[in-house]
Design a binder for this molecule. Structure first.
Ligand code: NAP
Length: 283
């Protein structure tokens, strides 16, 4: 392997230590940051995600409340729970784990969360703030990916970044964050005929597709920074990303692993947004 590994666990540890200090300060001032996590249904992956988020909160000294509901919970009842949490002064961040059961409109749910508690950064207001370059809650996964890129010490100014994927939660906000950092940005998606044509010119490649083997070694420019957001399960049950890790790490300059790259940083940025939400009340 010639690429340097960008270790998401190590970077998370550093950032979480700082968040724990800020949490202790807030707690001493009677403002312990509190995160409410709502899970509707029994999706096994979601159960793991919410457990990890709640544990990370508690490890950092924050208050966390996990509300689990049966998949039959009505949309009206979920909206009523969100309204109650919006009014709860001990809760600074509210996260509703996606996906929701089909009878619940995720957009309605996201928009019901108070904009001061939208620590996932999914609301249209948060998206607008990002678009306009205004301060606000940034979506945790792309923001964590940006921190991983920053940790390489490489400036993005004048660099060409290619984002593969254009979801509202990962691809699009990732592209906007890269643009804000003065990269020249290309967004690829399922309608892009020749992905390699774009990625081969990229100083930074961010893969957020959800398909193993999307980025192969012949698609990467020597020395590039490769950030793998994808999470895919292999036949043996192990997790893998969208990037063909072994061969690509012989070409790239920096690369994130899966697991241990973007995943831990997503949770770290959720904690960061929650601390920030509590700190705003002090200003
Ligand atoms: P998504 O909503 O399904 O979006 C996937 C995107 O990939 C879409 O924009 C799609 O294009 C594009 N795409 C699909 N096939 C493609 C192809 N052959 N070539 C180029 N683009 C293609 O997924 P997401 O929510 O953004 O998540 C992406 C991946 O990241 C998933 O594996 C997810 O599990 C993972 N993820 C990880 C974390 C983490 O913490 N590590 C957090 C969130 C998501 P179209 O728009 O044209 O359909």
């Amino acid at each position: 392997m010639t690429a340097q590994l960008i270790d998401g666990n190590a970077l998370s540890k550093q950032i979480r230590a700082d968040l724990a200090r800020r949490t202790a300060d807030l707690t001493a001032a009677g403002l312990q940051p509190g995160l409410a996590v709502i899970l509707v249904g029994e999706d096994p992956a979601s159960q793991v995600y919410v457990r990890n988020k709640v544990k990370a909160c508690e490890d950092a000294g924050m208050r966390s409340v996990l509300e689990k509901y049966d998949a039959t919970l009505s949309e009206a009842d979920l909206l009523a729970r969100i309204a109650a949490l919006n009014a709860d002064a001990a809760i600074h961040g509210i996260l509703v784990q996606m996906p929701l059961p089909r009878h619940i409109d995720p957009h309605k749910v996201i928009e019901a969360i108070s904009t001061t508690k939208d620590v996932d950064g999914y609301s249209t207001l948060s998206a607008g703030e990002l678009m306009a370059g205004l301060p606000g809650f940034r979506p945790c996964t792309p923001w964590g990916a940006m921190k991983l890129i920053e940790s390489t010490g490489q400036s993005l100014k004048g660099k060409h970044a290619v984002v593969i994927g254009r979801s509202n939660t990962v691809g699009k906000p990732m592209a906007l964050l890269l643009l804000q950092a003065n990269a020249t940005v290309t967004i690829c998606h399922s309608g892009t005929p020749d992905l390699g044509l774009h990625t081969r010119q990229a100083d930074v490649v961010v893969a957020a597709v959800g398909r193993a083997g999307t980025v192969t070694a012949d698609m990467v420019k020597p020395g590039a920074i490769v950030i793998d957001v994808g999470i895919n399960r292999k036949a043996d049950g192990k997790l893998t990303g969208d990037v063909d890790f072994g061969p690509v790490s012989e070409v790239a300059g920096w690369i994130t692993p899966v697991p241990g790259g973007v995943g831990p940083m997503t949770i770290t940025m959720l904690l960061s947004n929650t601390v920030e939400a509590a700190e705003r009340l002090r200003k």
